[in-house]
Design a protein around this ligand. Structure first.
Ligand code: ADP
Ligand code: 5GP
Length: 211
């Protein structure tokens, strides 16, 4: 069976990557979201095991010591990490996997898995990024300030990503994101030996006579 592809999606907080990722896994088959571990407290409505595995700092450090993470980083004052086993199992099963991770984590994964496809989501403007973060209402003023400050650093990494999407109109950004996944799935390497066997496209010798 062909291995799946790994898609890394990064964006400043509030740019809309969680919204876009959840639209993607709803619409496309054979693509799954990697559920990260975090020490951040859950937001109202977030479900343990679906949005994140919410763990204590001690549990997170235990997993770090066990080398359980493909990558991990401290982001906006909390720890976040991608469980290696979870991701590798899914890729081996032929599923495409999306990692919604920050730019520090993206660098670590690219070193280990250079075939990963990287996508950066940008907001249409600074004012709109701020508006979305405030409107989401999930962080207090100080935390919003920290996330906006970090947004400036994260956006410096855009040139290192394969693709960039500006999330202005949600539906347009979604179509652009979907088209990247579909294009990657049609790379010759994945099609030949994956969904089609070139040898099977050749006729049997006796078939020539019937043409
Ligand atoms: P992130 O995961 O990047 O932090 P979210 O997906 O949580 O961002 O989006 C931040 C807020 O902006 C949410 O309230 C979401 O509903 C809203 N949002 C996302 N994309 C758009 C868009 N294109 N136009 C307007 N609001 C958006
Ligand atoms: P949030 O707290 O808004 O859910 O996420 C904050 C930031 O942490 C986002 O930039 C998100 O991409 C990043 N993040 C989420 N999971 C991981 C992870 O497993 N590893 C890393 N490095 N960053 C993550």
């Amino acid at each position: 069976m062909d291995r799946g592809d790994l898609f890394i999606i990064s964006a400043p907080s509030g740019a809309g990557k969680s919204t876009l990722c959840s639209m993607l896994v709803k619409e496309l088959d054979n693509i799954v979201f990697s559920v990260s571990h975090t020490t951040r407290p859950p937001r109202p409505g977030e479900v343990d095991g679906k949005d994140y595995f919410f763990v204590s700092e001690a549990e997170f450090q235990r997993l770090v010591a066990e080398d359980a993470f493909l990558e991990w980083a401290r982001v906006h004052g909390n720890f976040y990490g991608t469980h290696r086993g979870q991701v590798m199992d899914k890729l081996a099963k032929g599923l495409d996997v999306i990692l919604d991770i920050d730019t520090q984590g993206a660098k670590q994964v690219k070193e280990k898995l250079p075939g990963a496809v990287t996508i950066f989501i940008l907001p249409p403007s600074w004012q709109e990024l701020k508006r979305r973060l405030v409107a989401r209402g999930s962080e207090d003023r100080e935390k919003i300030k920290l996330r906006l400050k970090n947004a400036l650093l994260e956006m410096e990494e855009v040139p290192n990503y394969h693709y960039t999407i500006v999330n202005d109109q949600l539906q347009v950004a979604f179509e652009e994101l979907k088209s990247i996944i579909i294009a990657e799935r049609n790379k010759t390497r994945r099609v030949i030996g994956g969904k089609i066997d070139l040898a099977a496209l050749k006729p049997d010798p006796e078939e020539w006579d019937s043409i």
